[in-house]
Design a protein around this ligand. Structure first.
Ligand code: HEC
Ligand code: HEC
Length: 180
């Protein structure tokens, strides 16, 4: 017979430490194995904090993230952002690159993705990395910007994403996810 009660946390755990296991359950430690859940490795603490605050205030959609951050103080969010920033960037996945990588590269250059996201897509202080992010999450994020479900801090991405067709979004997501 199974006698499993509620998970017992070490009594002294508070704030971010008390929820860190949940973060790991969805996001992994740097590399996400969950559909539509972003890998967090390589993200700067400042960008992470901006997003956590946006979830908490309801400015960014995401049921799980909104519910979790609603219970967190500013200091908890800072601790969470510092944890995110400590995670190593995701490795190159096994998935094959797009059949036409040069078309994808041309498209990225035409839309100047790398002027903001960094020459090698490793992101920056206020900018998320795109390199080796999950393909399904990249596609979802671009679609969320193009439909204005997600606006972002300065709405730059809405304009960028609305200029892309669905096929172009697919191509860019595969290209960025599999950058060697
Ligand atoms: C139930 C699953 C789940 C849990 C638990 C969870 N997340 Fe998330 N997280 C998500 C999803 C899904 C998104 C993407 C939301 C969207 O854009 O639709 C996300 C997005 C994020 C982002 C934004 C990443 C980016 O690239 O913009 C950060 C930062 C983040 N989570 C950190 C955390 C931290 C820290 C914890 C623990 C306190 C946590 N998450 C717990 C599912 C989860
Ligand atoms: C003018 C600067 C700029 C350009 C050009 C730009 N981006 Fe962005 N991008 C941003 C900013 C800023 C964010 C963060 C928005 C926010 O606050 O949520 C972002 C977010 C994203 C995200 C969400 C990542 C995540 O972790 O949630 C994706 C995907 C993305 N950009 C892809 C692209 C692609 C593909 C291109 C080229 C077609 C591009 N971007 C061009 C500034 C830019």
């Amino acid at each position: 017979m199974l006698l499993l009660g509620p998970v017992q946390h070490a009594s002294a755990q508070e704030g971010f430490e008390a929820v860190q296991e949940q973060c790991v359950a969805c996001h992994g430690t740097g590399v996400s194995a969950t559909e539509d859940v972003p890998s967090l490795g390589g993200i700067d603490a400042y960008y992470a904090l901006l997003q956590l605050v946006a979830f908490r205030s309801g400015n960014r959609a995401g049921d799980a993230m909104q519910a979790l951050t609603a219970e967190m103080s500013d200091n908890d969010l800072r601790a969470a952002a510092a944890w995110v920033a400590s995670l190593a960037p995701p490795p190159v996945p096994e998935a094959p690159p797009p059949a036409d990588a040069s078309a994808a590269e041309g498209l990225a250059q035409e839309h100047r993705c790398n002027t903001c996201h960094g020459a090698d897509y490793r992101g920056g202080k206020q900018i998320p990395p795109l390199r080796n992010q999950r393909e399904d999450y990249l596609r979802k994020a671009l679609l969320d910007f193009s439909t204005e479900k997600r606006l972002g801090s300065r709405a730059a991405m809405v304009e960028v994403a609305q200029a892309l067709s669905d096929a172009e979004i697919d191509l860019l997501a595969r290209y960025l996810a599999t950058l060697p």
